[in-house]
Design a protein. Structure first.
Length: 575
């Protein structure tokens, strides 16, 4: 028997996963590699969320197991990420002081609330909500958030305290306080950033030049950030700077205990909207990555399973006393390239994190905060993607406006307000497009049975006959626009004229549109013309048959059949 079926008892919740010896080997190596990335990132992103660093480690154990049980993507790496962390910070900054018990309780509630929303949405099969944010809007949000994150880390890199919450205020504060930069802290931050950038570009080739191959090469390459941060910690000790540069501080040893500390009722109410936005952004970001992984692995992505997996991960993160988590872009790519083929890679990574918490926690306390800030800046800088905006300018100005408005909203108004603008613009864009469907007056290509737009092709038409094709479903949201177009063509018909409505692209029609067609038919009859149909689909025909006017209507199987019938019946020549 080649492998065995994983978690059959979860069949109602997820697809079965076949674990073979080869997939176990890949998952093991991927779990180890991702752990080496996750250790410094989890510490850094906890600090980014305004929380004690060790809570990042707590958010990297049970959440990974929760996703493995309910999630579906073979290589999505769940855990603390920059975007969710900065959204957590922004949600809590008017609620409490960073790292205070109230702040931690608020973060726990955000994890619980977003997890519950995601899991419930998965049970209700609301995975289609992944389409609520367009790619340009999501890119604009992430690009804006990356700028906010980088600016927020400058105070840690420079050793100064910036005032204000808005980007403009912080930039102004930066210029005012630049003379007070703490040089040892700045030196640690700049050296860390330079080494991280060099490692990103040259680590892999350098290790290969020394003859390293396979898993050892992969481990050392991905562990480069951890090695660099460890080197900076040793440098502080060697140059006797430990008392001058801020470090992570005491990291509790042992596993996280279950925690259910929540804010008071007023705090819960204030944070619900933030939890919803964190859940939405985390889900869209994770599903986008899961789909990319699925295409590379030949696996169909189930958005509903991703909802349940992310929901379980966040619920367990809250139970661990931590903060919201989601799928990490960079870690997921590394997870896939390192050999992950099932969610068991996350379980293996969680097991290694348990080892870290039990035996290595004390060693993490000497890590300089400036090095973690440098890691955040280097990692987040790659999230800025202006190319999407430039591409949208060429392809679709509405998408470009969505990118720019969301990006600007994040910078000027804040992270939550920016994503709210993005959601509203995405919905408005969909409604606008649906309310303005494409329609065309069509004619027959000479010598064929094909009909095309008269404005794009040389076609044959008939005198006093207009063929119109509607390329969208007919419903209340677009009927007024469609009716104006049809009535404009109908007014050109004289007595004996015919308006042929080609509904080949229409698969649904509602009451408003049926009543509108009936009114159009009456209007045509009053001027001695008539309305006929061509290429009706079954569901549309079934609905129209229940109307009063359709019983007397003529329906042609194709536009070609209508063209020939009207040409012969009226003795018309070509127009």
């Amino acid at each position: 028997m080649n492998g065995r079926v994983y978690s059959n008892w979860l069949a109602p919740w997820r697809h079965d996963i076949n674990l073979s010896p080869s997939s176990w080997a890949g998952d093991f190596s991927a779990g180890l590699v991702v752990t080496l990335m996750l250790i410094p990132q989890s510490l850094a992103y906890a600090i980014l969320a305004g929380l004690p660093a060790h809570l990042g480690l707590y958010a990297s154990v049970l959440p990974l197991i929760g996703y493995a049980v309910f999630g579906r993507s073979p290589a999505l790496a769940v855990g603390p990420v920059a975007i969710a962390s900065v959204m957590t910070f922004n949600a809590l900054q008017s609620f409490a002081s960073p790292a205070s018990p109230e702040w931690i309780a608020g973060a726990i509630f955000l994890a619980f609330a977003s997890g519950a929303m995601l899991f419930l949405a998965g049970l209700l099969r609301l995975g289609f909500l992944a389409a609520l944010l367009s790619h340009p809007v999501m890119s604009g949000f992430i690009s804006g958030a990356s700028v906010v994150i980088i600016l927020g880390q400058l105070q840690t890199l420079l050793g100064v305290r910036l005032q204000g919450d808005s980007v403009a205020t912080q930039v102004s504060s930066l210029f005012q306080r630049f003379s007070g930069v703490h040089l040892p802290t700045l030196g640690v931050g700049l050296v860390s950033a330079a080494l991280l950038l060099l490692a990103r570009r040259y680590a892999s080739s350098s290790f290969a030049r020394f003859g390293l191959r396979g898993l050892l090469h992969e481990l050392l390459t991905k562990a480069s950030p951890l090695l660099i941060i460890g080197l900076m910690a040793l440098s502080l000790w060697f140059f006797d700077l430990s008392d001058q540069v801020a470090t992570v501080g005491a990291v509790p040893s042992g596993l996280p205990g279950l925690s259910f500390a929540l804010p008071d009722a007023s705090g819960v109410t204030a944070l619900l909207s933030s939890a919803l936005l964190i859940a939405l952004v985390g889900f869209v970001e994770s599903v986008s990555m899961a789909r990319t992984i699925g295409r590379r692995c030949g696996v169909v992505t189930d958005p509903n399973a991703e909802l349940r997996g992310l929901g379980a991960a966040n619920l367990l993160s809250g139970a661990s006393g931590a903060f919201p988590v989601t799928g990490g872009l960079s870690r997921s790519v590394v997870n896939l390239e390192a050999g992950a083929r099932t969610p068991m890679a996350g379980v293996i990574s969680a097991a290694f994190m348990i080892i870290v918490l039990l035996g290595l926690a004390d060693m993490l306390s000497v890590i300089p905060l400036a090095s973690l800030a440098a890691l955040i800046v280097v990692s987040v800088a790659s999230l800025f993607d202006g190319r999407v905006f430039l591409d949208a300018l060429r392809f679709d100005r509405a998408d470009a406006l969505g990118w720019l408005a969301t990006f600007t909203g994040v910078l000027v108004l804040g992270v939550e307000q920016g994503i709210a603008i993005g959601v509203m613009l995405s919905v408005a864009n969909v409604l606008w497009r649906q309310s303005r469907p494409h329609m065309a007056v069509i004619g027959r290509l000479a010598g064929t049975e094909h009909f095309r737009n008269v404005q794009r092709h040389q076609v044959e038409t008939l005198t006093n006959v207009v063929f119109v094709r509607v390329d969208a479903n007919l419903f209340f949201g677009n009927w007024d626009y469609i009716a104006d177009f049809l009535e404009g063509r109908a007014r050109r018909l004289t007595s004996g004229g015919v308006l042929v409505l080609n509904l080949s692209s229409v698969s649904d029609i509602d009451t408003t549109a049926i009543e509108g067609l009936e009114a159009l038919s009456v209007k045509l009859k009053s001027q001695g013309a008539r309305l006929v149909f061509a290429e009706l689909k079954g569901p549309v025909a079934d609905k129209l048959l229940r109307s009063h006017f359709f019983n007397d209507s003529v329906v042609y199987l194709s536009c070609h059949e209508a063209f020939e019938a009207l040409r012969q019946r009226n003795g018309q020549g070509l127009a």
